[in-house]
Design a protein around this ligand. Structure first.
Ligand code: ATP
Ligand code: MG
Length: 563
């Protein structure tokens, strides 16, 4: 299993569609939709649904609608609508003119409700929410009919009209479908289909004070739009008989609902409710915090749309819930960035290094390769001089075995430059090493005829006089337990070290013009991208997308070797 270019990946939904096409069901039409509720930003789980719905439509010459399921005015906002559109577009999908809203169908849904009442299949109930819950029964006990169950059609029509005109207060009445209080499926025990809510809606304003429940809106919206394959996650499997019942009672076009397993990622939560709380409580800087598994967060972190699409192909579509290792997502972005990210040198925790025998004032322009994976990326020059910065942890006063970097008396190669030898470590009053005094061997210049001398370690560096300053943010997982959603309180497993801000980093000068969103590999350190929000006006901030080490690649390799 490897991340490859997008090509159709077999799955059971694709098989169903192919069978439908063979029998010319729906006259050979394939029409899907992605139906987000605009109550938060999209996350990586939504990406799975987007890739699936838009992908199937594209593959079978069909169309895919973007439909906002905006039936709950208290939680929804126009700002979320905009973020969702931006994210779907960024992922690489186009809904053309097909941008729809469940709220566009409010009038039609109301007409359907009247139709149901007239057929004796719906009634206005005065029970409170709590009473309705009590009357509903349990999985082992049947429900009880409401005392208002047998209201006359005329009375129900009159009451619904008065609900609409605002005569009643929130929660004082609901409209319920009249199905079967004894049904083993709780969804069929006279579900509420309309509720009173005196709240402004982001699109219909104050036109309505009754709102359709999601279950009443969803299937009918699909039907109105002529959706042929209504693809949703497994938790709606038990709702399917209800949606079927509605469509059959109304006698309208009947889309086929198909359920698949939602994406669960280890060390990640996938719930807008929890994201909302994380944002509100200040655990993250916003919905687009680079630690968030939202598409906006992943984008800011440096993920490419392609890496997310590849990930969605890689995990496939199944009928059974499972947990995907977050390392697979990291693997996908690494694989993509490996091909396209220019290599540069950056020192995150600088330690000054002086080459005693290198002439003062001399600067050499050394040739460096931009991307060994892509010859067309060419080369650049990096300035080399007497005073450099290296990483603090590339020096150890008392090195353990197999430490092939710098130590007193030891040699390393400086990437693209020379072999140097550490002669002396200068310490401050606290005994901390603050400077290394070294010598270089002019005969060992990289690329020149080799001196024949070999050293085991190569380290990166930046010329002090030419370096540019930057802040670099290192991210770790937001949660430190593999299944944060399974914990009693997700706060307990928030990783206190999920963000490390390094404010004194030194970068090679070619990065002076780095543009917001640009992605690089900092040699030996990982993939980084220019933060699009906090960079600018002379400030340069980088986010680490992923470190270089690839745990998932290792697992794959071991699996391939049968270990
Ligand atoms: P959340 O639980 O995060 O609030 P939701 O399911 O309420 O998500 P919606 O806006 O209703 O969010 O979802 C829009 C579409 O995305 C739905 O069709 C839903 O099935 C799909 N979807 C949501 N979460 C996932 C997931 N983790 N994996 C796959 N598809 C998902
Ligand atoms: Mg939902």
């Amino acid at each position: 299993m490897s991340v490859t270019e997008s090509k159709p990946v077999p799955n059971f939904i694709r098989n169903i569609i192919q069978d439908d096409l063979k029998t010319n069901k729906n006259d050979g039409r394939v029409h899907t939709r992605f139906p987000p509720e605009p109550n938060g930003f999209l996350h990586i789980g939504h990406a799975k649904s987007i890739c699936l719905n838009f992908g199937l439509a594209a593959e079978f010459g069909g169309t895919c609608n973007l439909r906002f399921d905006d039936t709950n005015p208290t939680k929804e906002e126009a700002a979320y609508v905009n973020s969702i559109k931006e994210d779907v577009r960024w992922l690489g999908f186009d809904w053309g003119e097909r941008e729809f809203y469940a709220s566009d169908y409010f009038e039609q849904l109301y007409e359907y409700a009247i139709q149901l009442i007239k057929a004796g299949k719906a009634y206005v109930d005065d029970l409170s929410a709590e009473e309705i819950r009590q009357y509903r029964g349990t999985l082992t006990e049947p429900g009880k009919e409401s005392p208002h169950h047998n209201r006359s059609i005329e009375e129900n029509l009159d009451l619904l009209d008065r609900m609409r005109t605002g005569e009643f207060s929130d929660g004082s009445k609901v409209l319920r479908a009249k199905i079967d209080m004894g049904s083993p499926n709780l969804n069929l025990r006279d579900p509420v289909i309309y509720r009173i809510l005196h709240a402004s809606h982001h699109r219909t304003g104050d036109k309505w004070c009754i709102y359709p429940m999601y279950d009443w809106a969803h299937g009918q919206s699909d039907s109105i739009e002529g959706i042929t394959h209504s693809i949703c996650t497994l938790e709606f499997e038990d709702h399917r008989p209800l949606y079927d019942w509605f469509l059959d009672q109304l006698g309208i076009f009947h889309p086929q609902q198909i359920e698949f397993a939602r994406l669960n990622l280890s060390y990640t939560v996938m719930s807008k409710r929890i994201f909302n709380q994380l944002v509100k409580d200040g655990h993250v800087s916003g919905w687009d915090d680079p630690r968030m598994p939202t598409l906006a967060g992943l984008r800011r972190r440096g993920y490419t749309p392609k890496s997310i699409r590849n990930f969605c192909d890689l995990i496939g579509v199944a009928k059974r819930d499972s947990m995907v290792d977050v390392a697979m997502l990291e693997h996908s972005v690494r694989e993509d960035l490996n091909k396209l990210a220019p290599r540069v040198m950056a020192v995150l925790r600088p330690l000054k290094l002086v080459i005693k025998n290198y002439p003062e004032g001399q600067v050499e322009k050394l040739v460096a390769i931009n991307n060994p994976e892509d010859e067309s990326a060419g080369t650049r020059t990096v300035p080399f001089s007497r005073v450099l910065y290296i990483e603090q942890d590339d020096f150890k006063e008392d090195p353990p075995k197999k430490f092939f970097r710098l130590a007193p008396g030891r040699e390393v190669r400086l990437r693209y430059a020379y072999i140097i030898k550490c002669e002396e470590a200068v310490k401050d009053a606290n005994g901390d090493v603050v400077e290394l005094r070294c010598t270089y061997d002019p005969e060992t210049k990289s690329g020149a005829v080799q001196s024949g001398r070999k050293v085991k370690g190569t380290i990166h560096w930046v010329s002090a006089a030419h370096a540019i300053d930057a802040e670099v943010r290192l991210y770790d997982r937001l949660f430190d337990k593999p299944k944060p959603a399974a914990e009693a309180d997700f706060h307990e497993c928030l990783n206190p070290n999920s963000l490390e801000q390094l404010t004194a980093c030194k970068l090679e000068p070619s990065l002076a013009d780095a543009q917001a969103g640009a992605r690089y590999q900092f040699e030996r350190l990982g993939y980084f991208c220019v933060d699009s929000k906090d960079s600018g006006q002379g400030k340069l901030v980088f986010n680490r997308t992923v470190p270089l080490r690839d745990a998932w690649a290792k697992i794959e390799k071991m699996q391939a070797q049968g270990k």
